[in-house]
Design a protein around this ligand. Sequence first.
Ligand SMILES: *[C@@H]1O[C@H](CO)[C@@H](O)[C@H](O)[C@H]1NC(C)=O
Ligand SMILES: *[C@@H]1O[C@H](CO)[C@@H](O)[C@H](O)[C@H]1NC(C)=O
Length: 489
Amino acid sequence: MPFIVQEVLLLLTLGAGIFLASVVEAKTGPAHDKVVVCYISTWAVYRPGQGAYAIDHFDPSLCTHVVYAFAGLDITQSAIKSLDPWQDLKEEYGKGGYERLTGLKRTHPHLKVSLAIGGWNEGSRNYSILVGDAQQRGRFVKQVSSFVRKYNFDGLDLDWEYPTQRDGRPQDRENFVSLTKELRDEFDNYGLLLTSAIGAAKNVIDQAYDVRQISRYLDFLHIMCYDYHGSWDRKVGYNAPLIADTLDPLSVQYSIDYLLKLGAPPSKLVLGLPFYGRTFKTPGNGVLGDATDGVGFKGPFTREDGFLGYNEICSILGNKTSGWFKQWDGQTSQVLAYSERNVFTGEVSVVTFDSARSIANKVKFAMMKRLAGVMVWSTDTDDFLGNCDLDNDVYADFKLVTAAPRRLNQNYPLLRTINEAITLSLEEIAADEVVTPDDAENEIPHGGVADRKNAGAFLNSTPLSISVLILFVSLMCERHRFVVNLLEL
Ligand SMILES: *[C@@H]1O[C@H](CO)[C@@H](O)[C@H](O)[C@H]1NC(C)=O
Ligand SMILES: *[C@@H]1O[C@H](CO)[C@@H](O)[C@H](O)[C@H]1NC(C)=O
């Protein structure tokens, strides 16, 4: 308590004219009003050693929404089902993962918890059958509604990858709209959230989604802005380039602009950020475009060819004797790291990934587009134990920030960057708007009225130094579960 009072006095002394209206014990989540959707790949609990991630590792103060991935589809019953009853449920001495995650709402009332159905391994075929039959859809809608309520979830996230693709059928596009509409009608009776993970490649968007229609029924569209390139290309490429060559449809910018053009409201779009990289092996020098073996390599925790979690990447690169080099690419906001040549195989290992700086730049992009917020795949590959050193170039591409805000905690560097970068980029955008009121961005009615009010309310008229101070103080107060509420300036 004395600590708080001291800080308050300090703030009052420094910021002449600021009235600290109240210090309330209220907010248990992020201090901004944007959406931060955190997926947990719950099979991460089976990873070895320091890679193992249980529900207990999750930090609910860093996300507004959390999604439990994945449940499956039992097509014989038209029903959602647990894919791992021992982890998910409590029966027969199970670990009760569903209720341990939804139970976090007791201490963190801001948190919304959804259950995701689908994922890559579930394929597409059975979902295609389900949506193609009105009766099966009807049964599913009723069953899934009672299932999510039974475990105290706030909603359902549809992760069908993807309608019309991978053994799907052309009718899936229309039938998926029917499914979202019928779920919406049912969910509205209980105030449940309905969201969907959406593929980001242009050809998938074109074939799989009636964007305008599904946008009517979904609360949020979680755009999977990653896997643009990987070992399957048989050449080195960036996993998730922010901006590619003008005509290249494989970039974050292209996906988001395209969805907006197709009629998705920015206030429902959530930009997906990868907490992982794509790996390659090449006889070349390890530069972009080098021919590769089509397989890549795996990490010690995630053990999947072609994939490395950020926690695995930062530990490899942080090891001074491991012989890796890294290069920042300003246009794509991607990092490419390559190893020394292996003397036995003659190959160079390469990983392309998002660093904290990449994440900060993408957050700023999402804020400039006035999107609802960002999503992460997935929390379990952030450096959740805080084993790596923090990057010092995180805000190198921000105009008004020269140093990263000091942090109390070293863990979850990427998630913490997201929350800081939301506040900092909204400030930067507000400052730009004051300087250039004619900016074309202003004339486009992006985003909800609430968004604009929340984002702009005090930031518009607040000098940067004061806002940074507020951020700093609220970070310090985090420990005490207090948030400083600044009402009027
Ligand atoms: C689809 O459903 C059938 C019948 O229940 C099941 O045998 C099959 O494994 C399912 N497909 C996938 C990819 O899960
Ligand atoms: C660092 O890399 C070297 C060479 O690959 C390896 O022998 C060593 O075990 C690594 N150290 C740590 C702490 O991982």
